[in-house]
Each structure stands twice: as structure tokens, then as C-alpha cells.
Design a protein around this ligand. Structure first.
Ligand SMILES: CC(C)(COP(=O)([O-])OP(=O)([O-])OC[C@H]1O[C@@H](n2cnc3c(N)ncnc32)[C@H](O)[C@@H]1OP(=O)([O-])[O-])[C@@H](O)C(=O)NCCC(=O)NCCSC(=O)C[C@@](C)(O)CC(=O)[O-]
Length: 319
């Protein structure tokens, strides 16, 4: 007679991850990080439909676009149109990525209430992604933060390349910690630690987090893992075990940075939610609705989903 092993397995997982939080806040980055690297321009109406569908899944934070230079990232050139057209559901935040005061001013014109500023722990990526050294980008970011604070706009911070850089290689944990301290002191309410090229392993993550947690409490941190080497979920677990309770992800595993060649998408939101459910962690996100949105965007941009959970569940539901 076959015994149902799931309850026992969940018990083992709970004991193993006993230090893991009981709730996780997911920051969905599919519409921004997920689409920014798409070669063919996705029509604004599709982006709006995509974001509105995501708003109905239970997600509480959806990064919707970026107000960067359209010369650098043409895909996000419709930022104002998209932001204005989406339904703003009460209780959901809709942050946008902003590189400079010019971007912030454009974002404010359309009523943006939350922004994300972005920096890199490695010089090579800083130059390629934002055309400036780490220090120049910090100076630029300071100006953005000062204006944002004057207008009561919430500010999240990103640090890219927290374990490895496509141009400089290994990144020292001390460099990440130093930048994290700076961004928090400038006024970011939370720092998202980005494994931009998905090279992180458990030990690299642990070393980096150990250094960062000396300068920042875990409730000021989020984790942002790309899945290039298939390590994203493991790295998320490592972060959860360190006390982090905020995880960035993209439905369908969309994404990549135009200035990090070869890097694959983010950890898929469907896979993340499924894993968290297995750990008994609350997300308030409805997995079935996510599967539908993942199918919608994959079909629309004509790419197979990168979410294993989406592939498996969709096949089960539609044999
Ligand atoms: C930072 C800059 C602007 C410097 O770019 P620059 O070329 O040094 O800037 P500039 O001030 O010399 O301006 C050049 C032109 O761009 C215009 N411009 C300048 N700024 C803006 C703006 N905000 N909105 C609209 N237009 C703008 C500006 O007006 C000018 O136009 P022109 O006079 O030639 O006609 C540029 O390098 C840039 O936009 N970079 C963004 C690149 C990007 O978006 N990368 C992907 C996002 S980061 C990421 O994905 C990583 C993350 C966050 O997900 C975490 C992780 O995974 O690690």
C-alpha cells in the first residue's frame, strides 16, 4: 500500500527551515526586468493588460516599468503611457526604476508614488549599465533621492552583481556591504541584493549575506536572483534562512539585463510561490491565477515559459 509522504515531507522541510519566516513579500519584476531585454517591442496595451492581470493574483508589489533613457533601453520607452494606463489597485504598490533626476521628473509627472534606484557593487557593470563609476552613480542617486524625499516618494534600492560581475568576475562581500550601508543611509527603505548573472552558489550567497547583515538588519533587505545556473531557488532559500523576507521574482521566469549578456531570467514567481507553499510560508498569491498570467505573457511574446511549475501544472490542468 502506497503511503502519502507529503505531510511527512512537509514536516521535515519545516523542521529543516525552522528559522524561515512565516510570510514572504514578493516583488514582481516581470513587467520591468522581465520585458526590458525583449528585442521586439511589446505593445504598451499588452504591457498594461499583463500588469492588470498580475494585479489580480494577490501580488502586493509590481515593478511596472523604468524611466531610463530610451536610447539605452528602447523597450521601456512607453513608460509614461503604461504607467498612466494601468489600474492602480488600492493596497498594491507600483514602483518604477529611475536612474537620474530626469527620469524621476518624468515619473512624477504621471503620478508615480514609489521608485527604485539602482547601483552596482562592481565597477565594470556600473560603467556598462549606467555609464558611470560606482561613485558617480551614487552621486546621481543622491540627487534622485533628495528630490524624491521632497515629494514623499518611497525609494527602494538595488545593488547589482552582489556575487559576480560579467566584466569584473568575483565581487567582494565587503563591496556589497559598503554600498548597502550607503544606500540605506541615503534613505532607501529596503535594498534588493541582485545576483544579476545568476552565478551565486549557497556558499557565495552566505558569505555575501554575512557581510551585509553586519551593516543592515534583515528586514531592510530583499533578494533578487537570476537563474542562469539553476541556483535561484536554492539561493532564495539561503536568503530566507538568513532572515530575509522579501523576494523579487518574475512570472514565467522572464527577464535579463541588456547589459549582462548571457544572463537568464529571474526566478519564476510560479516556482517561488510553489516552493514557499511547500514550506508553509504565506504569500497571499494565488498560484492558479499566476499560471494563467504566465501562460498569457509567454504566448504573447512567443517564448516558452521558464517556469517548471507553470509547465507542470498547466499540463496537469489541460491534459
Ligand atoms: C543612466 C543613463 C541615463 C546614463 O546615460 P548617459 O548616456 O550617460 O546619459 P546622458 O545624461 O548623457 O543622456 C543621454 C541621452 O539620454 C537622455 N536621457 C538620459 N536620462 C534619461 C531618462 N531618465 N529618461 C529619458 N531620457 C533620458 C538624455 O536626454 C540624452 O538624450 P539626447 O540629448 O542625446 O537626446 C543610462 O545609462 C541609462 O538609462 N541606463 C539604464 C540602463 C538600464 O535600464 N539597465 C537595466 C536596468 S538595471 C537591471 O536590470 C538590474 C536590476 C535592477 O534588475 C537588478 C539586477 O538584476 O542586478
Amino acid at each position: 500500500m502506497r503511503r502519502n509522504i507529503l505531510p511527512r515531507l512537509q514536516g521535515v522541510l519545516k523542521r529543516k527551515f525552522s528559522r524561515v519566516t512565516s510570510t514572504v513579500r514578493i516583488v514582481e519584476v516581470g513587467p520591468r526586468d522581465g520585458l526590458q531585454n525583449e528585442r521586439s517591442i511589446v505593445p504598451a496595451a499588452v504591457k498594461v493588460d499583463f500588469i492588470n492581470q498580475l494585479s489580480r493574483t494577490g501580488l502586493k508589489c509590481i515593478e511596472v516599468t523604468s524611466f531610463v533613457s530610451p536610447k539605452w533601453v528602447p523597450q521601456m520607452g512607453d513608460n509614461a503611457e503604461v504607467f498612466q494606463a494601468i489600474e492602480k489597485v488600492p493596497g498594491i504598490s507600483y514602483p518604477v526604476l529611475v536612474p537620474n533626476v530626469k527620469g524621476l521628473e518624468s515619473a512624477m509627472k504621471v503620478g508615480v508614488k514609489e521608485i527604485a534606484v539602482f547601483t552596482s557593487a562592481s565597477e565594470g557593470f556600473s560603467q556598462k549599465n549606467t555609464n558611470g563609476s560606482i561613485q558617480q552613480v551614487i552621486n546621481r542617486t543622491k540627487d534622485v533621492i533628495n528630490v524624491a524625499k521632497d515629494h514623499s516618494i518611497k525609494i527602494r534600492g538595488y545593488i547589482s552583481c552582489v556575487v559576480g560581475c560579467p566584466y569584473d568576475g568575483y565581487v567582494k562581500p565587503s563591496a556589497v556591504a559598503k554600498l548597502c550601508e550607503t544606500l540605506l543611509s541615503l534613505g532607501c527603505y529596503e535594498i534588493s541584493l541582485g545576483d544579476t548573472i545568476g552565478v551565486g552558489t549557497t556558499n557565495l550567497m552566505k558569505d555575501m549575506l554575512k557581510a551585509v547583515l553586519v551593516v543592515a538588519p534583515s528586514d531592510k533587505l530583499g533578494i533578487h536572483c537570476h537563474d542562469t545556473y539553476g541556483q535561484a531557488l536554492v539561493n532564495v532559500c539561503t536568503a530566507l534562512e538568513s532572515g530575509i523576507t522579501v523576494v523579487d521574482s518574475a512570472v514565467s521566469g522572464l527577464g535579463g539585463c541588456p547589459y549582462a549578456k548571457g544572463a537568464s531570467g529571474n526566478v519564476a514567481t510560479e516556482d517561488l510561490v510553489y516552493m514557499l507553499q511547500g514550506l508553509g510560508v504565506r504569500t497571499d498569491v494565488d498560484l492558479n491565477s499566476l499560471i494563467e498570467v504566465g501562460q498569457f505573457i509567454s504566448k504573447t511574446i512567443n517564448k516558452p515559459t521558464n517556469s517548471k511549475v507553470n509547465s507542470a501544472l498547466f499540463k496537469n490542468l489541460n491534459p
